[in-house]
Structure formats: structure tokens, C-alpha cells
Design a protein. Structure first.
Length: 237
């Protein structure tokens, strides 16, 4: 009887071995699957919220739906506070890739800084949402004291002294676009070094580059508002 009992436990132990082996294999596989291993391509440029971050930490130009724009200004110079005019000028000089000494109109960049990142809203004219022509209208009223330019991009184009080529644009000129249309339907304000500020549909108020293929494709020309011409706003330039 004792011998039979021992044989029973022996065969029971033998029968459980495959099951334990399978369980161990399953646990090992599961544990291996939960571990993420570095890939061979880890040295490539990575993208975080459409901002290219290179291995050295440099922030490159942002790619937004086919065209290049400068990233949020706060990401470019995290060590610089925007609490005073000098630091704002320095920050935007970096964004435009020009010497700070070439930036004469600090009020323009203070205005841009205060609106930077405001979301786009068709028909909007406030910090909760603004469209391109309202942004141009408010900028001209606040920075240049011109309060009578038209409300829409098309009207602003028709009421401007035309500048046909990018190389002849001056800081403060309006820049106009025909985006998927025969008519003017977008406007921005030219800054320097081929950069302009605008309220873009995709990302709100931000700075973009006129030489980018997207913007060059739809660029219709620039212009100085008639009211600014009459007031001699840019006469000294």
C-alpha cells in the first residue's frame, strides 16, 4: 500500500513538469515583451509636437502641414525672460536670425510677443481667438497708430500700395496670399529676413518664412496700407 502511494506521487510530479515549464516560458515571454529596447535609429532627429529636436538639443524650424514656421518663442530661449524690452528684442532677433542691433521697432515685437500663440478663429478679434486680417488690423492700430485699414484680407490688399517682390519688402508691410483660391484670402505682416508674423489657421499667431515652398507658392505680393503711406509711417525706412 505504501509502495502504491509513493508511485502515485511520483507519477503526479512527473505529469506536472511540462505544465510548469510552459508557465515559466509564458512568464518569460511576457516579461520580455514588456521591455522596450533601444533601436538602431535612436540617433536620428526626433519630433515632439512637430518641433524637430536634434541630438545636441538644438530646436529647428517647425514643420506645420507643409510649411515652415518658427516654433513657440518660449522654446527658443528658455533662459531669457520676456519681462523687459531688451530681452524680447534679443529673443526675436534669434528667431529672425538677425543681429539685435538691427531691430529698431521694439514696440512691434512687444506686441507680437503679447499675442504669440493666440489661437486662430475665423471672424475673431480677441485673445481668445483671432483671424489673420483682424490681427493685421489690431497690430497696425496698436503699433503704428493706423486705425482705419479695412477688415478683410482682400480689402486690405486692394487698399494697399503694392510691393510685388519679396526682396523689396520692408518691416511692417503687409504680405498677401491666395491659398487654394483666385482671391486674396490670407494676410500677414512682414518683419525681417524673409520672416512674417500671421494668425495661421493651423497654429494661431506665429512667425513663418516666406521662402518656404508652401508660402512662395501662394504668395501674391506685399503692400503698404494707403493710410500708412499718407501718414508717412515708413517714410524714414
Amino acid at each position: 500500500m505504501k509502495v502504491c502511494r509513493n508511485l502515485f506521487f511520483f507519477f503526479l510530479a512527473v505529469s506536472l513538469l511540462p505544465a510548469c515549464s510552459m508557465l515559466k516560458s509564458t512568464q518569460t515571454t511576457s516579461r520580455q515583451a514588456s521591455v522596450s529596447h533601444p533601436t538602431k535609429n535612436s540617433d536620428k532627429i526626433t519630433f515632439i509636437n512637430d518641433i524637430a529636436i536634434k541630438r545636441n538639443g538644438h530646436v529647428s524650424t517647425q514643420k506645420v502641414k507643409g510649411y515652415n514656421c518658427v516654433p513657440d518663442s518660449s522654446s527658443l530661449t528658455p533662459a531669457i525672460e520676456s519681462s523687459n524690452t531688451a530681452s524680447i528684442v534679443q529673443k526675436y532677433a534669434q528667431m529672425l536670425d538677425i543681429p539685435a542691433a538691427d531691430m529698431d521697432d521694439s514696440s512691434l515685437y512687444n506686441f507680437i510677443d503679447s499675442w504669440y500663440g493666440t489661437p486662430y478663429l475665423l471672424g475673431g478679434d480677441s485673445r481668445s481667438g483671432i483671424d489673420c486680417s483682424a490681427f493685421a488690423q489690431i497690430l497696425y492700430a496698436t503699433v503704428f497708430g493706423i486705425t482705419t485699414i479695412p477688415r478683410t484680407a482682400r480689402e486690405q490688399y486692394e487698399d494697399s500700395k503694392k510691393v510685388r517682390h519679396i526682396s523689396r519688402l520692408q518691416e511692417g508691410d503687409l504680405v498677401f496670399f491666395r491659398i487654394h483660391s483666385r482671391h486674396i484670402n490670407h494676410v500677414g505682416i512682414y518683419l525681417q529676413n524673409n520672416k512674417f508674423v500671421n494668425a495661421s489657421v493651423s497654429s494661431g499667431v506665429m512667425i513663418c518664412d516666406l521662402t518656404d515652398p508652401y508660402w512662395r507658392r501662394y504668395f501674391a505680393g506685399g503692400g503698404e496700407p494707403r493710410q500708412a503711406v499718407e501718414a508717412g509711417v515708413f517714410a524714414a525706412e
